[in-house]
Design a protein around this ligand. Sequence first.
Ligand code: SF4
Length: 69
Amino acid sequence: MAEAKCNKEKNARDCACTYSGCHRRGMCCECVAYHRRNGEIPGCFFPPHLEATYDRSLRNLARSLKDLK
Ligand code: SF4
């Protein structure tokens, strides 16, 4: 089975995470694995005002869900 090619540059351009110094930026599989391992959610799942807090916790994501109507 052929290995899928990572679109790291495109992913990094489209990334909604504002923590620009992160070495995982653009490598979504590593981003997901890192945050999952820590019981967290990647930054791109948060609305901008909560993403900017850098709090990737499930509790913080739940705050964004409360804002949904
Ligand atoms: S969400 Fe986390 S791992 Fe992903 S790019 Fe942002 S800081 Fe890095």
